[in-house]
Design a protein around this ligand. Sequence first.
Ligand code: IPE
Ligand code: IPE
Ligand code: MG
Length: 262
Amino acid sequence: MRSDESKFSIFSKKKTVETDPSQLKIPTHLAVIMDGNGRWAKKRMLPRSAGHRAGADNLKNLCKNCGHYGIKYVTVYAFSTENWSRPESEVHTLMELFVEYFDRYDPELEQEGIRVRFTGDIAALPENIQAVCKRAEEGSKHRDRMTLIVAFNYGGRREIVQASQKLAERVAAGDITSDQITEELFAQNLYLPDVPDPDLIIRPSGEERTSNFLVWEGAYSELWFSDVLWPDFGMQELTDALIAYTKRDRRFGGLSEKKDDV
Ligand code: IPE
Ligand code: IPE
Ligand code: MG
């Protein structure tokens, strides 16, 4: 495996400025839809499971690369509430990879100072998967360089429905009245209320949709798409996304802060 240094020096020959974090606007929270594993495998005449394995391996690179840029939160979409509709054998492979992953890479995650958290309907997952989540979260609580949030059995609509259920129970119990439900209170009932909304959502693989990812939290996220398939998504693509993000003018419904704009 190449070391960080050799990797970055390859890019620095080509793009000195761009890999320098101080030249870029760095999102606090980056979210990535890890899509295209199946097509990556197909192109190589490999089974889809090989694509998922390559995709899981690439998550390690993403973490390293995001660490280089000092990104604080990275959320990755690993399994959606809709992915249960895939063949049983593929779902099984994805669950197996999930179980293997955190034990295998924990030393590297520790070395990089990466805290691991999960978002999604975790309580509905099999017990062994829930145990993996608990172990990874508990064992990484003390790390503070970056937080990796793995969206697993995640669906934006389900998250919103579950937040609504929690609030409805409070209304029924007489704890709050319905008119006390504000956007702020609603957001506090989502899966990870303490995590800031994603600034930038990246989707590789050529698809230009969000597929039920961070429906509430992504309301004002910048979107960036790439044709590269997830297992091939590397430092170059991340850097291109950050260059594009640096040029975006985030107005949040207001007016531009750029002085030369009217
Ligand atoms: C993303 O890759 C992984 C998951 C959705 C779990 P895909 O498996 O969707 O790959 P493509 O889109 O078929 O290429
Ligand atoms: C989105 O990819 C979900 C994940 C990457 C985990 P999909 O491959 O499931 O999305 P669609 O079906 O193309 O919208
Ligand atoms: Mg896909």
